[in-house]
Design a protein around this ligand. Structure first.
Ligand SMILES: NC(=O)c1ccc[n+]([C@@H]2O[C@H](COP(=O)([O-])OP(=O)(O)OC[C@H]3O[C@@H](n4cnc5c(N)ncnc54)[C@H](OP(=O)(O)O)[C@@H]3O)[C@@H](O)[C@H]2O)c1
Length: 274
């Protein structure tokens, strides 16, 4: 069993380095890597009172901001952009020394391009753009553009190919995908997600009203492998999972002496203070 004493971040800034490195993608930088970032309570609930913020901890914020600081682009579903009131991304002060370019654009995925979304993105400014599905009615696209919103129109056909084509056209490789649960279900089903960075808030919501981590019409099992895991004194768990990577039955990987796939060493810092 892998256990470590959590390190209090305020007293050990080296913990920031450990966290940053733990969020390094496994795939080479030159290839497109789509990494979902989600926050859930232990029972899998993703919102309290309709928003994810109620579940947040300072460490989750660090993880979220680090994933934004690493990204070339942020993708998000229209449901989330509206529910959470998405504005343009900003690089947090904590991570600003590790990013030498402007914050990434936020691109909101939509099929119907409702008026509410147009108004929202127009107000948010150039940092929040739209990617409309190929079959989005052209008059909706015209309305958004007339309101000053940048609209990328995705290609038709296979969903995964249309998302990948969008990313190729944008010339991006590091993609942070911020959900929500419905689009995450579509992305996972389409094999678009390479990694999941999941913060588990230190609480259980009995009778929660929010959606679970992932929503889909059909049951589909997706193998995952834990690549990094942190805790913090306040009790949250911060994890990075690689998608679609099955372990050999009953066996550890070569060179894996923890048996748990955890990335950090027994003597390195492993915790945060939030
Ligand atoms: N805890 C967390 O980490 C977390 C993260 C994210 C969100 N959330 C919560 O989850 C809720 C929102 O999530 P949600 O699952 O309802 O919505 P969502 O996944 O964010 O967005 C769904 C929307 O995405 C668009 N979409 C779906 N398929 C598409 C496709 N093939 N091409 C282009 N666009 C497509 C559609 O937009 P149109 O309807 O515009 O066509 C659809 O309604 C909110 O309460 C939010 O707070 C929690």
């Amino acid at each position: 069993m892998h256990t470590t004493e959590p390190v209090v971040l305020d007293h050990d800034p080296a913990a920031l380095d450990v966290l940053w490195r733990a969020l390094e993608p496994e795939s080479p930088e030159s290839t497109v890597s789509i990494r979902a970032v989600m926050l859930a309570s232990i029972d899998g609930t993703t919102t309290v009172d309709g928003r994810s913020g109620g579940l947040g901890t300072p460490t989750d914020r660090l993880v979220y901001d680090a994933m934004r600081a690493r990204a070339d682009v942020i993708l998000v579903g229209s449901g989330t952009a509206l529910a959470e009131g998405y504005g343009p991304a900003r690089t947090s002060e904590v991570w600003s020394g590790r990013r030498d370019r402007p914050a990434p654009p936020v691109i909101v995925l939509t099929r119907s391009l409702p008026d509410r979304l147009i108004e929202h993105c127009a107000k948010a400014g150039a940092g929040v753009q739209i990617a409309a599905a190929a079959h989005t009615p052209p008059e909706r696209i015209e309305a958004a553009r007339a309101a000053g919103v940048t609209v990328h129109v995705m290609r038709g056909g296979d969903y995964a190919e249309s998302v990948r084509a969008l990313l190729t056209d944008l010339g991006v490789t590091a993609v942070t995908f911020e959900g929500g649960p419905r689009l995450l279900g579509d992305f996972l089903t389409a094999r678009l997600v390479d990694e999941l960075v999941l913060s588990v808030a230190p609480e259980i919501i009995v009778g929660g009203r929010g959606p679970g981590l992932v929503i889909g019409a059909e049951e589909k099992r997706i193998p995952m492998r834990v690549a990094a895991a942190f805790s913090c004194p306040r009790g949250g768990l911060y994890t990075r999972w690689v998608v679609g990577d099955e372990r050999p039955p009953g066996g550890a990987r070569e060179g894996d002496d923890t048996g748990a796939g955890a990335e950090h060493s027994h003597d390195g810092p492993s915790g945060m203070n939030g």
